[in-house]
Design a protein around this ligand. Structure first.
Ligand SMILES: C[S@@+](CC[C@H](N)C(=O)[O-])C[C@H]1O[C@@H](n2cnc3c(N)ncnc32)[C@H](O)[C@@H]1O
Length: 452
């Protein structure tokens, strides 16, 4: 998973090549291993763990379990971080920020390795839709769910083929919005609604008025699907125009924005979206391909996933105790008038949940949360089908929550076999929880479970 990151274009983007994966070679002896369970430590009990140097990414990738599967997982983790390349931000992946996105190359490689051709693949924590987009590009049939209504909107916008006429229409509508905002600015028109104190604190007054005019015009496009795209363009520029430093930062600094800039930025960002959508659409095998099916749903319920079973699940649940999606997206949800209540009630792994408990209880609480998800996931997968998780270790106080260990322990009693794993050490910069990783570094894992 990447913190505000994540890619590559073309139909073969990120596809695992047979034989050597980039920088990771798997000894033949391990390829002969039968599929089997990974122990509580995450390692297959009868095999030593292996650590291998990678050629170009910091860190080694350690693998365990079924050799062929572990090799695919290692290949999926072996990506160039977005801080060092544009790979994570190509076409639609670069349109809108979203905390802890999966690296698109990781998603593409996992889809290629674990989803049958034309198979139905579910991402029940779909976030900004990275897995869904990559699955669509590879001709699979993606299904996404998320409890965050913004994630649902964003994924629907990205994982949908568009024609040149669709995109021209979105651009024309954006120009109408900007013209409306300019007109109102020049006429010194007042606000269309009462501003909330939170927004008054975040934006310069003239910026707030321009944003209000843009939003008001977008809302007039009642039955026009461009409305949803333009709402996302608006939320994509909100933080940049506010005094906030970023999505996951609460710090506010003064800004000096020129009159008319918000409307100009809105048009630029719409052009950028249209270009990205065109590029993504050009990668699809057919322009008439069906869009991904995306619904707001709780990953511990998945009522909307029909018919069952699906052929595979590939997903990255929230890191335990690390993010608060409700808090990170409060501004955007407010501006789009989206109801945060389901996310407030059901957010998985929310930092606020773990702040209320003692560190010593955190492992048990995380394991219970995961168990609910695994039991539900078992109900939507056929016997033998894969559930691939990309998860990072996290910490509460000085207690490390090792995702590989907790997943292996929990999944086993919820209808899954832990089949293979690849893990890569990742730096941990959070001062208050540094002690948790004193003896063993924090790691990111790609974990393959199979439905028993
Ligand atoms: C790590 S993010 C997924 C990021 C995604 N893979 C991407 O590339 O954008 C985890 C997601 O889980 C969602 N989430 C949290 N609790 C949930 C729940 N109970 N059911 C469904 N989704 C949930 C959050 O809204 C967030 O979008």
């Amino acid at each position: 998973m990447q913190r505000e990151e994540p890619q590559k274009t073309g139909p073969d983007a990120g596809k695992a090549r047979p034989g050597k994966t980039s920088g990771v070679s798997q000894p033949q002896a391990r390829q002969d291993n039968a599929r089997g369970a990974i122990g509580a430590s995450g390692a297959k009990s009868d095999e030593p763990r292996q650590r291998r140097a990678l050629t170009h990414v910091g860190g080694t990738i350690e693998t365990a379990g079924d050799a062929a599967d572990a090799k695919q997982l290692a290949h999926a983790l072996d990506v160039v971080p977005s801080s060092e390349s544009e790979a994570g931000r190509v076409h639609v992946h670069g349109f809108h920020t979203y905390p802890a996105r999966m690296h698109p190359d990781t998603a593409a490689r996992l889809v290629s390795a674990f989803v049958p051709t034309q198979g139905r693949i579910l991402d029940p924590f779909c976030g900004s839709g990275t897995v869904l987009v990559e699955a669509l590009i590879q001709g699979r049939r993606p299904i996404g769910t998320d409890l965050n209504p913004l994630a649902v909107r964003l994924s629907r916008c990205k994982a949908r083929p568009r024609t040149a006429a669709d995109l021209e229409h979105i651009r024309a509508r954006a120009n109408e919005c900007a013209a409306h905002a300019d007109e109102r600015r020049k006429a010194k028109a007042g606000a269309t609604r009462r501003f909330l104190p939170e927004d008054v604190a975040l934006f310069e007054p003239h910026v707030l008025l321009e944003l209000d005019s843009l939003r008001a015009k977008i809302e007039t496009f009642r039955d026009d699907p461009a409305r949803f795209d333009l709402q996302l363009v608006l939320t994509a520029i909100l933080v940049k125009l506010s005094g906030r430093r970023g999505d996951t930062s609460e710090a506010v600094a003064p800004r000096h924005t020129a009159a008319g800039f918000a409307a100009r930025l809105f048009v630029q960002k719409t052009d950028d979206l249209a270009m990205r959508l065109a590029e993504m659409s050009s990668l699809l095998s057919s322009p008439t391909l069906r869009p991904a099916v995306i619904e707001q749903d709780d990953a511990t319920v998945l009522r909307s996933v029909q018919p069952r079973p699906v052929d595979a699940i590939i997903t990255s649940p929230p890191y335990a105790a690390t993010y608060d999606y409700v808090m990170h997206h409060a501004l955007r949800l407010r501006w789009l008038g989206l109801n945060p209540s389901p996310l407030i009630r059901g957010e998985f792994g929310a930092r606020s949940t773990y702040q209320k408990i003692a560190p010593s209880e955190s492992r048990e609480v995380w394991s219970r949360e995961l168990a609910k998800f695994f039991q539900t996931a078992a109900g939507v997968l056929a016997k033998g089908s894969p559930l691939v998780l990309v998860m990072g270790d996290s910490a509460v106080g000085d207690v490390a929550l090792r995702a590989d260990e907790i997943v292996a322990d929990t999944a086993r009693v919820c209808g899954f076999i832990a089949s293979a794993r690849a893990s890569q050490d990742r730096p941990h910069f959070h001062g208050p929880t540094m002690a948790a990783f004193r003896t063993r570094p924090r790691a990111e894992h790609a974990i393959l479970l199979r439905r028993k």
